[in-house]
Structure formats: C-alpha cells, structure tokens
Design a protein. Structure first.
Length: 264
C-alpha cells in the first residue's frame, strides 16, 4: 500500500498512457496534472480515507448490517468521484490536442479490455463461468480474512449462484460507456465543443459513468448493490473471531502505510 500510494502518479501515468500513447508535450501535461492531483489527494483526501479505515478497524471485530456496508460503499464512491473530478482540468488541457490516431488507439485498447472481460465472465459453460467467479471471490475474501472454512466457501457459492449479476447487462453498459467516451473525445478534438464547454462536457461524461442514463441498468445496479451489501454482511457475520482479527490487522496495516504518506 505504501509503495503503491507513494508512486501513484507514475503508476497512473503508465496506465493512462497505455490507452492513449501520449506524445512528449501531452505526456508532460498529464504527468504534471497527476502530480498536482496526488499532492491535493495527499493533503485533502487521504485524511478522509484514513478516517474511514479507522472506523472499519474499530468495527472489524463486530457483526455488521447490510445498511452499514452500503453506507461504507457510498462513502467510498463519493471519495472516488471527488478524486476523478479533480483530474478534469488535466483532461481539458489534453483532450483538444489528441490526434485521430490516438482516438483509434484508445478504441482498440477499450475493445481489448472488453474482450478480456468477456473471456473472464462470458466465455465457457455456465458452470465454468461460475467456478471462475467463485474462485475470485474466495481469493479476494481470504486476502482480508485469511483461510475460509468450507461452510464459508459454500456460503459464497450460494451467494454467487443466486446473485442478480448478468454479464450480458454488464457488457452492454461497458460498451455504452466506451462509445460515449470515444464520441465525446472525438467531438472535443473536432472543435464542435466550445472551449468554454469542454470542462462541463467532461464532467457530464464522468457523471454518466457513475450513474448510467439507461433506466433499466439503473434498476439492475440498484438490485446488485443491495444484494452485494446483504451478501457481504452475511459473510462477515459468518467469520470466526480469528478471521475478524485478521481483517482488523489487515486494515491496521493499510492505515499505517497510508498514514506514513500524510504531508508534513
């Protein structure tokens, strides 16, 4: 955690550049923007994240409720959105100068991302896809709680098999977001979006990525979120004291790493 956070601007640039293949001047603008965003995050947002981690650590040994899980998820989503919004000025500075070849490069990279997702969640038989999902869920859970008991793995299996998760719905929404992004960047590049409207256009694009304009997807996402909160609460409440203690130690370690990154 400490290594990742301290190198966040460099890692973020490497990830974003993979989608756009920036030219020298663009790369310099993006690096500077990422560094400014990181400095702002370290000063303004990191204390808020640490406060959340401290609350989680204090509650790790206790049972929880779906409502508490959903509140945490909502709080973290707000922090995530706030951080992305802070990057809008950098996008505004770079987007008008993107070349057509860079838009095409982004289109190819997004298509690769969808293909990777399809391989993980849509390829193979129903049983094979379910097994992959269960294995990933077990791995994620054990990274916080330690080794799961057989009955807890079975609980995860039941939760996965009764979930409203539908890969075809997720795939359509992913395609919508990617097409939306490509269309907006092409409009900005062409000059059809006025210079004084670029920031609001990018902000609107981000908002559509948080809250889909598709009413059917909104209902689906709400149902999936409610199930996720209930499932996580049930899984946490199934944990033995030693497993909750492992969660507490993991959270404590994360907090210590991040606290070392506070300014001053």
């Amino acid at each position: 955690m400490r290594l990742a956070y301290s190198n966040a601007p460099r890692l973020a640039f490497w990830w974003i550049d993979g989608y756009f293949d920036f030219e020298s001047e663009q790369a310099s603008t993006v690096r500077s923007g990422l560094q400014r965003a990181h400095e702002w995050h370290r000063k303004e947002e990191l204390p808020l994240l640490l406060a959340q981690l401290d609350k989680l650590h204090a509650r790790a040994l206790e049972p929880t409720t779906p409502e508490a899980v959903c509140q945490l998820a909502n709080d973290l989503q707000i922090r995530y959105q706030t951080t992305l919004q802070h990057m809008v000025p950098t996008v505004v500075a770079v987007a008008p100068g993107l070349r057509e070849a860079q838009i095409k490069h982004l289109e190819r990279e997004l298509a690769k991302r969808r293909a990777d997702w399809q391989r993980d969640y849509q390829d193979g038989t129903t049983a094979e896809r379910m097994e992959r999902r269960i294995n990933k869920a077990v791995d994620r859970t054990e990274s916080f709680y330690g080794k799961l008991r057989p009955e807890q793995v079975e609980l995860l299996r039941i939760q996965m098999t009764t979930s409203a998760f539908d890969p075809s719905i997720q795939s359509r929404e992913s395609l919508r977001r990617h097409q939306d992004t490509l269309a907006i960047l092409a409009q900005i590049r062409s000059g059809s979006v006025g210079a004084d409207q670029v920031a609001s256009t990018i902000t609107s694009l981000l908002q559509r990525s948080y809250a889909s304009p598709d009413a059917n997807y909104q209902k689906y996402q709400t149902l999936l979120t409610q199930q996720g909160c209930s499932n996580f609460a049930a899984l946490h409440n199934s944990m033995q004291p030693r497993q909750r203690a492992q969660l507490a130690e993991t959270l404590k370690s994360y907090a210590a790493d991040l606290r070392s990154q506070l300014p001053g």
